[in-house]
Design a protein around this ligand. Structure first.
Ligand SMILES: [Zn+2]
Length: 283
């Protein structure tokens, strides 16, 4: 499942082919993804210029010259392919249409952007830009983990009294937006905090470490995504998936990478999802 760094990598890959450009045509190959696509979606998008491509949590936000914003979520298996323009050293010719190519945009300048999603948990919606913050998908979201609203005092206040494990609290999108299973495991390891620890009982000084740890983990992953964009390793023009080495995620039974730590990475299941941690250096 694409997490925040992957979505940010997709955004950065799309900016050069999308920002300032007009959408020449929109092809919808089905009426719905996870939910029905917006009414008259092709009509409302065609001829619109993309003023800015932003991101909130794991939502891509294309602000349009029409006063509307296109919201895109990749869901579990959504992929975005760019073809028809030079990306790095490669020119990706338009591929033959694939199964699960649900929405295709033709962009001024020659780019074709294809949204492919076999499992169809992805979503698209159109809403007035002025009402964006009130949109049902965005309204309840907590601060961005890389933004100014996510800081030590905020986190201490938000977690005070919470009896849920810290891992569950960080996955709660109302606490902080866009963090998923992988990067929560990585951030807690970086901060030396046990994922099972009750959120409201972690000392303020330790929560203070968690904020920069979270930012660092995400920033490093975004940097890895950035290098994947620079050389466009993905031969088919697909954006957003890249090689990245995790310290604990997926490393059960391997030695802990913390310098001097003799621990071995363990896996437990919390709320149906795998948690990876080091029992030696995470308390
Ligand atoms: Zn360790």
């Amino acid at each position: 499942m694409p997490e925040l760094p992957e979505v940010e990598t997709v955004r950065r890959g799309l900016v050069p082919v999308l920002e300032g450009r007009t959408i020449l045509a929109t092809h919808l190959n089905r009426p719905d993804l996870r939910w029905p696509l917006p009414e008259r979606m092709a009509e409302r998008l065609t001829g619109a210029r993309v003023l800015r491509l932003g991101r909130r949590s794991k939502y891509l936000l294309a602000e349009l010259s029409t006063g509307e914003t296109l919201i895109v979520h990749l869901g579990m298996s959504g992929r975005i392919l760019v073809s028809g323009v030079t990306l790095g050293h490669f020119v990706h010719d338009h591929p033959a249409p694939q199964k699960h190519d649900h929405v295709v945009f033709e962009i001024e300048g020659g780019a074709r952007i294809t949204f492919n999603d076999p499992r169809r948990f992805g979503a698209m919606d159109l809403t007035a830009t002025t009402a964006l913050d009130c949109h049902r998908l965005l309204a309840g979201l907590g601060p961005e983990p890389l933004g100014n609203g996510f800081h030590e005092l905020y986190l201490i206040g938000r977690l005070g009294g919470r009896q849920t494990p810290i891992k569950a609290a960080l996955l709660d999108q109302r606490v902080v937006a866009g963090l998923g299973n992988i990067y929560v495991c990585e951030a807690l390891h970086r901060a030396g905090i046990l994922p099972l620890r009750q959120a409201g009982r972690i000392a303020a000084a330790r929560l203070a470490i968690l904020v920069p740890a979270t930012r660092t983990v995400l920033a490093e992953a975004i940097e890895a995504g950035g290098s994947s964009l620079r050389d466009y390793r993905q031969a088919d023009g697909e954006l957003g998936y890249f090689q990245h080495n995790f310290r604990v995620y997926g490393r059960e039974g391997k030695p802990c990478p913390t310098p001097g730590c003799p621990g071995t990475i363990r896996r437990v299941v919390q709320s149906g999802r795998s948690t990876f941690y080091c029992p030696q250096c995470q308390r």
